[in-house]
Design a protein around this ligand. Structure first.
Ligand SMILES: C[S@@+](CC[C@H](N)C(=O)[O-])C[C@H]1O[C@@H](n2cnc3c(N)ncnc32)[C@H](O)[C@@H]1O
Length: 250
């Protein structure tokens, strides 16, 4: 294990921690103290001072993204996977996102475009941007994000992107500006918690020349498989938002 590599120390669903690796590092948990050994590999098990096992696991992007320090609501993994597919994001792409918020989607986009891609992330609140940058530094694998403290209602950045995603309360106010930097034929997406917002976003997208507009809601249920029986978990995040996508015409 290299120094600063992000590992997931997993005992159970209530005791699991993201830690950057350093030999002899001490982690204090309610299940006892863990000391990271000089030699450590994924799949290993380390024991806490209470002799409880913690597995050394590779953290997936869904897990990383929900562990960000939150100053805003975030894009959840159930929506993020669908967003990536519907924007057509692939390795090497350039993607615009606004607003950065807590940086949860930024981490997901960064991993999707990889080392040869670039994410341009715009946020108008400086304190949110600083928090998102810290989250990104803690959890990112690539240095492929350009962060901007900028209001996209008032500015058109000097870039050209393969796809764009808007996650702000009033997306319709930014659509014309975002359209300017999106390549023709490519896809703009947006997320809003309310149907009324989606309606306004759709009207604006049509007005400025987007076609093939579609709206979705992603519903996800985790299933508990246990000795006493198998059934959906009783508590969930039941509503995040509605997703809208459309393609730019010239
Ligand atoms: C819901 S949060 C985004 C969460 C983010 N997608 C995440 O996964 O962490 C919305 C953010 O948009 C920012 N915002 C709102 N209007 C904006 C604008 N016109 N330009 C730039 N940022 C804006 C807000 O300050 C807020 O941080």
């Amino acid at each position: 294990m290299k120094k600063d590599e992000i590992i997931l120390l997993y005992c159970d669903e209530k005791a699991n921690y993201l830690v950057s690796y350093e030999k002899n590092k001490e982690i204090h948990t309610h299940k006892g103290k863990i000391v990271l050994p000089a030699k450590l590999s994924y799949g290993d098990v380390v024991y806490s001072s209470k002799n409880l096992p913690f597995y050394v696991l590779y953290p997936d992007t869904a897990y990383l993204s929900i562990k960000v320090r939150r100053k805003t609501t975030i894009v959840y993994p159930k929506d993020a996977g669908f967003i990536l597919l519907n924007l057509g994001v692939k390795s090497g792409d350039s993607v615009l996102e606004v607003g950065t918020g807590s940086g949860a989607l930024t981490i997901i986009l960064s991993n999707a475009v990889g080392k040869d891609g670039r994410v341009y992330s715009f946020e108008r609140r400086k304190n949110f941007l600083e928090n998102a940058k810290k989250n990104f530094e803690n959890f990112s694998k690539f240095k492929n994000v350009s962060f901007y403290n900028m209001d996209l209602e008032k500015n058109i950045p000097d870039i050209e992107v393969d796809s764009a995603f808007i996650d702000v309360p009033e997306p319709w106010k930014l659509i014309s500006n975002v359209k300017e930097v999106l390549k023709p034929g490519r896809i703009l997406g947006s997320l809003s918690p309310h149907v009324e917002q989606i309606k306004k976003t759709k009207d604006k997208m049509i007005e400025v020349g987007f076609v093939r507009i579609r709206v979705y809601e992603i519903i996800l249920r985790e299933i508990l498989v246990r000795g006493e029986g198998t059934r959906p978990k009783e508590y969930h995040i039941t509503h995040t938002g509605y997703l809208i996508f459309g393609n730019k015409t010239r």
